[in-house]
Design a protein around this ligand. Structure first.
Ligand code: HEC
Length: 180
């Protein structure tokens, strides 16, 4: 797996809706900067500390927001398998999942595969972690792996389409596990 630079993250982000959220953060930071420079130019008493604090908060918040968008740059990417039904996804993804993932995440995705007791941190339970992440995030983790954990990168083993299938399948597994 090739290490990605920050620029690579940005490049990937610019290919999906995440780019808009990134730019919105920059716009907010720019507004904060304008407020700051105006507060400086007018000086006291108009350039009160509230203005400076507000401007600084907008700059910091905007930049932090934009930075957070770059961490998982495929969060808002469009899945190439979005046209498939859940049944079609399950039929295609289940064999791949059984072969590569169940050993850690368990057949039903509860994080209870045979290897689960041997790895720290334990494998994700998709009943808990499936639903509150977007497919694009699961796709990123399946593609890149999760540093500092035993979650491997599957970039070189599975095709892009297979990784998107799995990204959707783990959400489906999680949903099924949560049904009463
Ligand atoms: C060697 C064990 C192992 C294998 C094999 C494995 N995983 Fe994981 N996986 C993990 C661990 C451990 C984590 C949790 C990391 C953490 O706590 O942040 C994880 C996390 C994840 C996450 C992130 C979930 C979340 O919301 O935090 C996804 C998605 C995932 N795995 C999917 C897969 C898929 C799909 C496969 C098969 C292609 C697979 N994993 C194979 C160990 C494994």
């Amino acid at each position: 797996m090739r290490e990605l630079t920050y620029l690579d993250h940005l490049r990937i982000l610019m290919t999906n809706w995440g780019a808009l959220l990134f730019l919105a953060g920059l716009a907010v930071a720019l507004c904060g900067l304008l407020i700051l420079t105006r507060a400086r130019r007018t000086g006291r008493p108009q350039g009160s500390w509230e203005r400076v604090a507000g401007g600084a908060l907008l700059v910091a918040g905007g930049l932090l927001w934009s930075y957070l968008q770059t961490l998982v740059p495929t969060r808002y990417a469009t899945s190439p398998v979005r046209g498939l039904s859940n049944e079609q996804v399950a039929a295609l993804a289940a064999p791949i999942y059984s072969q590569h993932c169940a050993v850690c995440h368990g057949e039903k995705g509860l994080g209870d595969g045979p290897l689960a007791t041997f790895v720290t941190p334990p494998p994700a339970n998709f009943a808990i972690h499936g639903w509150h992440h977007r497919e694009g995030e699961h796709y990123w983790w399946i593609t890149r792996g999760i540093p500092g954990t035993s979650m491997p990168s599957f970039e070189g083993f599975l095709s892009e389409e297979e990784r998107w299938l799995l990204a959707r399948y783990v959400k489906q597994l999680g949903r099924e596990a949560r049904l009463p």
